[in-house]
Design a protein around this ligand. Structure first.
Ligand code: SF4
Length: 246
């Protein structure tokens, strides 16, 4: 299982049988990676850029936050520029994205906090920290919650951690791996113990792509889904045979 996420979040309790679901998610990872690959989703190897990219993504469409990120980095090329910026100037770059007022303030304060902790190149310091230390540091930054911190660790620091986004939660709930209707923090707590070790990144990305292309929020395309046999919702919708819930 994805033990590091469990350690960081203090999770591990689930009503499901972990061993069954770990094997099931290994098969799901095989199928989804074969179907979708592990495409780049625009994330960054530089953890500092990734922090701001993810911060801008909250409550905003993909195209919008990519645009606002480009506008922000064009206007403020360095972290020092961002830390010294007026919040109003940051706001003028990101106003077309969601929650812009809140994010502008968070971005300026996060930039200042990063410089205070690690100088103008805090990414180097982040790479040297132990996972628990990185997680604690990231979640103290304005606007960076546990899921965002896990994303930065997974995408930029090669940590075997499993962030749960809206696509991942929807698919896992339809599969029957977690209950329907959980709050996000509950899903983030309950899912990592069911994820096979070493496969967090590829499975997360493949599930994000699957949620965007096949397991759509309103009308999932179960008839053409490659993991229907592992999915309670899909078996009911299509009459397909498959593994019973564990
Ligand atoms: S079978 Fe349907 S509900 Fe299940 S993962 Fe596939 S598309 Fe989603």
């Amino acid at each position: 299982m994805s033990a590091l996420t469990g350690e960081l979040l203090g999770c591990g309790r689930t009503s499901r049988r972990p061993s069954v679901w770990v094997m099931r998610f290994a098969s799901v990872a095989d199928r989804l990676v074969a179907a979708h690959g592990v495409p780049a989703l625009g994330n960054f190897r530089d953890p500092v850029r990734e922090i701001f990219y993810i911060l801008l993504s909250a409550k905003t469409t993909d195209n919008q936050y990519r645009r606002t990120f480009q506008a922000l980095t064009a206007r403020f090329p360095s972290l020092s520029d961002l830390a010294r910026a007026e919040v109003a100037d940051i706001l003028s770059c990101i106003a077309s994205g969601g929650l812009a007022n809140k994010k502008a303030s968070q971005i300026q304060r996060a930039a200042a906090a990063l410089i205070a902790a690690g100088g103008p190149k805090p990414g180097r310091r982040l790479r040297k920290m132990a996972p628990a230390e990185v997680f604690a540091f990231l979640t103290r930054l304005p606007g960076v919650g546990p899921k965002s911190a896990l994303c930065v660790m997974m995408y930029s620091l090669d940590a075997d951690v499993f962030p749960v986004d809206v696509n991942v939660q929807r698919i896992a709930a339809r599969m029957g791996a977690i209950p329907q209707g959980l709050k996000h923090y509950q899903a983030q707590q309950q899912l990592p113990p069911l994820i096979p070790a070493g496969r967090s990144r590829e499975l997360h990305i493949a599930m994000v792509v699957h949620g965007r292309t096949t397991c759509l929020p309103r009308k999932p395309r179960c008839a053409s889904c490659g993991i229907v046999e592992f999915c309670r919702y899909g078996r009911r919708a299509t009459g397909a045979q498959g593994e019973r819930d564990g």
